[in-house]
Design a protein. Structure first.
Length: 132
């Protein structure tokens, strides 16, 4: 019974999230320069595993607010899900410019550098992580 109840609530939550996405998309069409709306839209899209739309929204936010490390991180995460390794590296590197001691992103970069056979950069991330 518990499992059925959990599935029911998950379905309701996803339906509400999808309704929120539709609403936010319409608001964003009317106010394309609103970074907060674009970020909320990106977050809802990511929650619904619509990483293409989330990437577009987060890219828009980074243009409107380039010093928001959280948005750069969200963008990198979506690019990672889409297996766009080079793009994810660029986004995560931007996070490190803004937050040099962000352990989570340093670890992500180390993994991506390893995947892309960027040995010197991987070693650099490893050294930085050891200092934290």
């Amino acid at each position: 019974k518990n499992e059925a109840e959990t599935k029911k609530w998950q379905k309701i939550r996803m339906e509400r999230s999808d309704s929120s996405r539709t609403y936010l998309r319409r608001v964003l069409e009317l106010t394309p320069e609103d970074a907060d709306i674009a970020e909320q839209y990106g977050l809802i899209c990511a929650l619904l595993s619509d990483y293409e739309s989330a990437t577009t929204a987060f890219t828009q936010v980074t243009k409107l607010n380039p010093s928001d490390a959280g948005t750069w991180m969200s963008l990198g995460d979506c690019q990672l899900y889409l297996k766009r390794w080079t793009d994810a590296i660029g986004s995560y590197e931007k996070v490190i410019e803004l937050e040099p001691n962000n352990r989570t992103v340093l670890e992500q970069l180390k993994m991506l550098y390893q995947k892309e056979k960027m040995t010197a950069k991987e070693a650099e991330m490893d050294a930085r992580l050891k200092k934290l």
